[in-house]
Structure formats: structure tokens, C-alpha cells
Design a protein around this ligand. Structure first.
Ligand code: SF4
Length: 456
């Protein structure tokens, strides 16, 4: 089981598995190398599989360097960090733990390999060498989606190094979650919140939830205001600011009630464009899919009812638990199971959360989450040029609309579901694993092969 705030965390664009995960891995390597600090002469990073194939587009190399400099995704201060990054590039000098300066050639010491490590599609290793080129220490990491990392040892043993937290209501499937809620006479969100109280106080849950909403809202604001072309070579013009102007010029929902869909698209575009530009987002549950949940929450806030903190917490609790089920029983990594694991999961989380705050029953919450995934099954991950731009930005808008429609269908449903949430999670994982590797975040198949003229 995870805390709500492991599923919802503040991250840096463009990718949770290719940017945030590698940054956390190299940050944690600081601890491993500390006892050897005096003797370290060189550090080499090896990237494999999807981290290598799409690493440059996802800024994996930059993220790793920032982690070695002592940064984590939530501690980044954009301007300061950028200056430090540039200084290492131009001087070729890297200062470790503020104590030891070594030679570091960004273009040589981070190596991109074509092959895969055995345990997961996103593998990397970091090794520190002494003057004689003897390895002093080394660790292999896997970035398993949503900014979560595992060392090779953790992967092989299946045991995490962090101490387990004893929960009053542990559950590993939607079925047991529903059972607990029924036996205790609680709603699904309350079950999750009782567990969350083992991680932090009520006051901390309140302030962390408010902070998540604040980061989502300021990301939305930046995305609505920032015009221009996204970096990376696709020459992709940001779509949110001109769309906002058009919508503001014709606000009449009476003439066109479906205009609400344009607004939801707008919110999803604005956030995922900010993510593509490397801005601060809420990883939910990944960065590639970071636009879906804020778009659905903003839709509720602006078109249904201004969101109160209690509802926000309920939404986050229910949707995070749905995300945990996917994380535990399937995957939230595009490189492992395709985009169904990112946009599909965020859409499933959002529709469950929305149904809960719209007053749906516990069963309807799970039906909504199931419907949103059922119609995302088989979605490939094929980002053009390895950038989280095409098809990612539009997919966020499609995912947000799908979440709202799934919630509407579930709220009108009085029959028992034919397909359970647990079954759809299992099917999603099997489908992902059956997918040809080229459709799982390699940029070697699907839309990624469409030729684009290089930008002038
Ligand atoms: S296609 Fe989907 S899974 Fe792949 S990078 Fe884009 S958002 Fe992530």
C-alpha cells in the first residue's frame, strides 16, 4: 500500500519515469558514494532500454545530473538549478555533496545503450571509479513509473528497504476495498483516509491536499498564459492560450452546451503543455498524464460546484487508491504497458474520484474507474521524437473527457457491473505485456515513426 501523497506528488516535467525517477535514483546514489567520496575520480551513468531510447527527449540526462548535484524533483528552484546545470556543462566540473569536485563530461559520462536490462524496461546504473579506474561503488536502478524507483536488489527480492506501515484497513484489490467499506459502513474515501492517518495527521493531510491543488492551479495558470513553441524540434505551438482567447470571446453555453468540452480540453492542454516544457506539475500518477486529473477537478470546480477542501481530500483519497491498485497489480509505466498505464490509469482514477464527490455509491465509483480503463485498453505509447508532446498532450484532453463520461455512465448505472475493476486492471497488464516492445515508449513504432520536417 502507498500513501495518497506517493501517488500525488510534486514533480518536474516532462516525465515521471524518465525525468523524476532517474533524478531520485541519482540523488539516492549520493548516499551510496558518500563513504568513498575522497577517492572518487569519475562517475559514469549507463542508461538502458526506454530510458536510453527516449532519454534525450525526456531530459533523463539532465535529471540525472541534477540528482547528482543533490536535487530532488520537489526541491528544484528553476532559475538556480538551471544556472548550476549550465555551470557543470561549461566547466566539466561536478561538485559532489559540496565536498569533492571531479571531472564530468555530460556528453561522455552519461552513456546511452541500445539494449535492455533484464528486470524492467527502464534500467540504469551508476558507478563511481577511483584514480585507477577501479569501481568503488555501483548501483542499478529501475524507474518503474510515476517517479517510483527500485534498486536491482529490491526488484529481485520483492522487498522494499523502507519500513512497512501497519494499516487498519489494508486492501490489495477493489473487491477487498469494497468489502471493508461495506463491513465498516464507510464510503471508500473514508477507508483510504483511515489508512492515511497512519502516515500523517489530519492537519497534515489537509495541508498536503491543499498544496497539491495549489500546484495544479498555478500550473494551469502558467499553461494558460505562456504562449510560444515547445522545445524539442517538433515545432509544436502551445495550444492553450489561443484556445482560451477563443473561448473567452464566445462564452455562451446556451448556444453551444457542448462548449464545456472545449474548456476541459483547455485545462488538460494547459497543464500537459507546461509538463512538456519541463515545468512543475503534480505527478498524477505520471507526468505524461498529469493533465487529466487537474482538468477533471477544474471542471468540477468551475462548472459543478466550487470545490471545498473536504471534497478535494475525498477525490484525492479515492483516486489515489485506484492508482495504487494499478501500481500494485499492473503498472503505471508507459514503457512497461503502453499509454493505457498512464492516460488510461489517470482517466480511471479521475472518473472514480469524480463519481465519489458527485455522490456515487461505492459500487458506482468502481464501475466508473472500470469503464474509463475498459475503453483505454491497448493504448500504445509512441511519443514522437521521444518528447512528451505528440500524442501526449491531446491524449490528456481525451483522457479527461473519458473520465467525465465514464463517471456519468456509472452514476446512471443501477445494474451490477459485468466487468470488475480488478479484472480490467489484470487485463490491462496482460495487454501491455503482449504489446510489441516498439509500442512501449521506445519511439520505434506507431505515431513516433511519422516523418516530420526538421524545424528551421
Ligand atoms: S504516449 Fe502516453 S505513456 Fe507515452 S509518453 Fe505520452 S503520455 Fe506517456
Amino acid at each position: 500500500m502507498y500513501s495518497i501523497f506517493e501517488i500525488y506528488k510534486i514533480g518536474l516535467g516532462p516525465s515521471s519515469s524518465h525525468t523524476n525517477g532517474p533524478m531520485i535514483a541519482s540523488y539516492s546514489f549520493n548516499q551510496i558514494m558518500e563513504p568513498h567520496l575522497d577517492n572518487i575520480n569519475r562517475i559514469v551513468v549507463d542508461l538502458y532500454g526506454s530510458l536510453s531510447l527516449t532519454g534525450k527527449g525526456h531530459q533523463t540526462n539532465k535529471a540525472i545530473l541534477l540528482g547528482l548535484l543533490g536535487y530532488k524533483p520537489e526541491s528544484i528552484e528553476m532559475e538556480k538549478t538551471q544556472k548550476e546545470f549550465q555551470a557543470v556543462l561549461s566547466s566539466k566540473k561536478l561538485t559532489l555533496k559540496n565536498k569533492k569536485t571531479i571531472y564530468f563530461d555530460y556528453d561522455v559520462d552519461i552513456k546511452f545503450h541500445q539494449d535492455y536490462l533484464t528486470l524492467h524496461e527502464n534500467g540504469m546504473s551508476i558507478t563511481a571509479f577511483d584514480n585507477n579506474n577501479e569501481a568503488l561503488c555501483s548501483e542499478t536502478y529501475y524507474s518503474v513509473g510515476g517517479g517510483f524507483i527500485k534498486t536491482a536488489g529490491e526488484f529481485e527480492s520483492g522487498v522494499s528497504t523502507s519500513a512497512p506501515v501497519k494499516l487498519p484497513f489494508p486492501f490489495t484489490s477493489a473487491e477487498t476495498w469494497l468489502d471493508i467499506a461495506e463491513k465498516q459502513g464507510m464510503c471508500l474515501g473514508s477507508v483510504v483516509l483511515q489508512n492515511e492517518l497512519q502516515y500523517r495527521t489530519e492537519q497534515e493531510i489537509y495541508s498536503k491536499s491543499s498544496q497539491i491543488w495549489k500546484v495544479m492551479s498555478s500550473c494551469l495558470k502558467r499553461g494558460l498564459e505562456t504562449e510560444g513553441v515547445l522545445e524539442g524540434g517538433l515545432n509544436l505551438l502551445r495550444r492553450a492560450p489561443p484556445l482560451l482567447k477563443k473561448l473567452n470571446a464566445n462564452k455562451s453555453l446556451e448556444n453551444d452546451p457542448m462548449q464545456i468540452l472545449d474548456w476541459i480540453n483547455l485545462y488538460a492542454f494547459a497543464i500537459s503543455e507546461e509538463n512538456a516544457a519541463g515545468g512543475q506539475v503534480v505527478t498524477s500518477p505520471t507526468n505524461g498524464a498529469a493533465g487529466v486529473i487537474p482538468a477533471v477537478l477544474t471542471y468540477y470546480d468551475r462548472f459543478i460546484h466550487p470545490i471545498a477542501t473536504k471534497q478535494l481530500i475525498d477525490f484525492l483519497a479515492v483516486s489515489a487508491a485506484i492508482g495504487m491498485l494499478y501500481k500494485n497489480n499492473a503498472s503505471i509505466s508507459g514503457a512497461e504497458v503502453g499509454c493505457q498505464g498512464e492516460i488510461g490509469v489517470s482517466s480511471s482514477m479521475a472518473s472514480g474520484g469524480l463519481t465519489a464527490i458527485l455522490g456515487g455509491t461505492n459500487e458506482q465509483v468502481c464501475i466508473a474507474a472500470e469503464i474509463a480503463m475498459e475503453h483505454s485498453l491497448g493504448m500504445t505509447c509512441d511519443p514522437m521524437a521521444g518528447l512528451v508532446q505528440v500524442p501526449c498532450i491531446e491524449r490528456n484532453a481525451m483522457g479527461a473527457i473519458k473520465a467525465i463520461n465514464a463517471s456519468r455512465m456509472a452514476l446512471k448505472c443501477s445494474n451490477k457491473a459485468l466487468i470488475s475493476l480488478d479484472k480490467v486492471i489484470e487485463t490491462m497488464y496482460k495487454t501491455g505485456k503482449d504489446m510489441n516492445k516498439k509500442y512501449r515508449e521506445t519511439s520505434l513504432g506507431g505515431l513516433a515513426l511519422i516523418h516530420i520536417a526538421p524545424c528551421e
